[in-house]
Ligand binder design. Structure first.
Ligand SMILES: Nc1ncnc2c1ncn2[C@@H]1O[C@H](COP(=O)(O)OP(=O)(O)OP(=O)(O)O)[C@@H](O)[C@H]1O
Ligand SMILES: [Mg+2]
Length: 443
């Protein structure tokens, strides 16, 4: 029997946006949000995607070039440069061109086990097929995969294991059927069946996204490199399966390029900083999308020259730039309003007007870090020359500590967003620079 869903009552009144100081720029809310584009959320649609034509073309070249075979690509780029958004755009286009894919991705976790990673990978393949072809739900491979998907969610704790367990009998039932240690034994066969299902469907293949290699420490990265080597054949090499993984250059280097068996089956795309013109375009698109009054033009909250100044400090870190714009402009919005001869005018702010706010705010965030030793090390660097790039050897001299402590200090300061690793030129050593946030603190 088919039960038709009950039509919900229309809500009494559509909610109008709450008043915010951003309204004076004809914006509904801040245009400087830092979320990746995509997903089902209206506020951050992929229609705001700008630039990156060469990168999208390269990704598509590998995907289409693989034909009925499989492909694996690694996307390497600095924090905040736009990696996740690039993959989301690539997936959206792949979907339009006849591939199965979903917005969601597999996260690589610290201390990941092969069962954990494989289980989440299999779950995402399952969800992708289900989302693209709901009528496959009753297929036997899909039912088997659903069991694994349940176990994987429960055991990794992603998305709240406890509430999932609370969902009732089904979780314990599936646990009885498939213990985590059996995920691999059963899963390898089930993944094969799922991919066979994809190959038999009216699709060109399936695109799976693994994200966030950047959260890994060195030890985790080494462990992940071993994981990928072990899982290469069972997880990555099925015809019709296309895998894209994104992470920082160091993480991709460590995870993908450590073992020849993995390196040779991946193509790596390095994502450079977005060109300044595209950054202006990115903001312009947001101002228009975010208009409060659709019949009037937006007023840019900051002028182009100031965006260019800040972008230089952030060296391509879009997330950092957007956050600085939000943090710097919000408390100063009132200065954008002037009254002349009884008429109110609104004008874009300038770097000089927001920089003192940013300096104060980021300096106090830094002071709030618990690791005083790291704070002092950062200060020693920043107070000497904030724009200098340094190698580990330079820092060893500056801080008068051992090589091991330099590398610990750098990991910490990078994780907290005060230092960035610069792309290596040729075979040279990695050098490091202060992040935009640190540059704002030390002037
Ligand atoms: N091509 C683009 N067009 C429009 N906006 C973009 C583009 N690339 C990135 N952005 C915006 O820049 C910000 C950072 O992007 P994203 O989250 O994709 O970077 P990331 O490299 O994945 O960052 P992280 O290192 O933190 O994971 C987001 O707010 C995103 O919406
Ligand atoms: Mg990301």
């Amino acid at each position: 029997m088919v039960v038709s869903p009950i039509k919900p009552e229309p809500s009494a009144m559509p909610l109008s946006p709450l008043p915010t100081p951003w309204n004076i720029f004809n914006q509904r809310a801040t245009p400087f949000w830092q979320e990746s584009l995509g997903g089902n959320d209206e506020a951050h649609p992929l229609s705001l995607f700008v630039g990156r034509a060469a990168e999208v073309e390269e990704l598509e070249g590998v995907l289409y070039g693989a034909g009925h075979s499989s492909s694996r690509q690694a996307i390497a780029g600095a924090p905040g440069v736009g990696k996740t958004t690039l993959v989301k755009q690539f997936k959206a286009r792949a979907r339009e061109n006849g591939y199965f894919t979903v917005d969601d991705f597999v996260a690589l976790l610290p201390n990941d086990s092969s069962e954990g990673l494989f289980g989440r990978f299999l779950s995402l393949v399952y969800e992708t097929i289900l989302a693209n072809r709901p009528m496959t739900a009753g297929n036997s491979a899909m039912e088997a995969a659903e069991q694994i998907a349940r176990v994987s969610k429960v055991t990794t704790g992603e998305g709240g294991g406890a509430s999932f367990m609370g969902a009732g009998a089904s979780a314990s039932r599936s646990r009885a059927l498939t213990a985590p240690k059996d995920v691999l034994a059963d899963g390898v066969r089930i993944l094969g069946d799922l991919i066979a299902l994809v190959r038999g469907a009216d699709t060109r293949g399936i695109v799976v996204h693994i994200n966030n290699l950047e959260t890994l420490t060195e030890a985790d990265a080494a462990a992940s490199a071993d994981l990928f080597r072990a899982l290469r054949d069972p997880m990555l090499m099925h015809p019709g399966l296309h895998v894209v993984i994104a992470g920082t250059a160091e993480a991709v280097q460590a995870v993908v390029n450590t073992h020849a068996q993995v390196r040779t089956v991946f193509s790596t795309l390095v994502v450079p900083p977005m060109a300044l013109d595209d950054v202006h375009q990115l903001l312009a698109e947001r101002y228009w999308h975010n208009r409060l009054d659709a019949d009037a033009s937006p007023i840019p909250p900051i002028d182009d020259a100031s965006v260019a100044d800040l972008y230089t400090l952030y060296r391509g870190d879009l997330r950092g730039l957007l956050k600085a714009l939000d943090d710097g402009i919000r408390p100063n919005i009132r200065s954008a309003v002037t009254a002349e001869a009884g008429e109110t005018r609104v004008r874009p702010l300038k770097t000089a007007e927001i920089r003192p706010t940013l300096q104060r705010r980021y300096a106090s965030d830094l002071e709030a870090l618990r690791e005083q030793k790291r704070v002092d090390q950062l200060k020693a660097w920043g107070e000497q020359d904030p724009s200098a790039t340094r190698t580990q050897a330079d820092l060893k001299r500056l801080w008068k500590v051992s090589q091991a402590s330099v590398s610990n200090a750098l990991s910490f300061l990078m994780k907290e967003g005060y230092v960035v690793a610069l792309p290596r030129e040729g075979a040279g050593r990695t050098s490091y620079a202060l992040s935009g946030t640190s540059r704002l603190i030390f002037g």
